[in-house]
Design a protein around this ligand. Structure first.
Ligand code: ZN
Ligand code: ZN
Length: 104
């Protein structure tokens, strides 16, 4: 919500363009609210992805979990620190979510 800097009246949005204008004076500005809204939506979508990160999107592999004895895990690769170091492979048990790395 935006207000006119001159008369502190709430700006009204034009129906025809993305312009906010003051009903009392001739002040107007472009409406940046929609851009902010888009960014907020993008962020919440990312949060949803973060929370669900793992099982649904990652490839699975047959491997024994040392914690629960389950024999299936998802895996992903992660580059650690510098590009000179080898990429580390991580596993996460699909049953108990135990995560470990493969140093091989
Ligand atoms: Zn005004
Ligand atoms: Zn496990």
């Amino acid at each position: 919500m935006k207000f006119c800097p001159k008369c502190e009246v709430r700006l009204k949005k034009s129906n025809t363009s993305s312009t906010l204008s003051c009903p009392k004076c001739d002040y107007s500005e472009s409406d940046s609210k929609e851009n902010k809204k888009d960014k907020k939506n993008d962020r919440s979508e990312l949060n949803i992805l973060d929370e669900n990160e793992g099982k649904e999107t990652l490839p699975s592999i047959k491997i024994d979990c040392e914690k629960c004895g389950n024999n299936e895990a998802v895996w992903w690769m992660l580059q650690t620190r510098s590009a000179d170091e080898p990429t580390t492979q991580f596993y996460r048990c699909t049953k108990c979510n135990h995560t470990w790395r493969n140093y091989a």
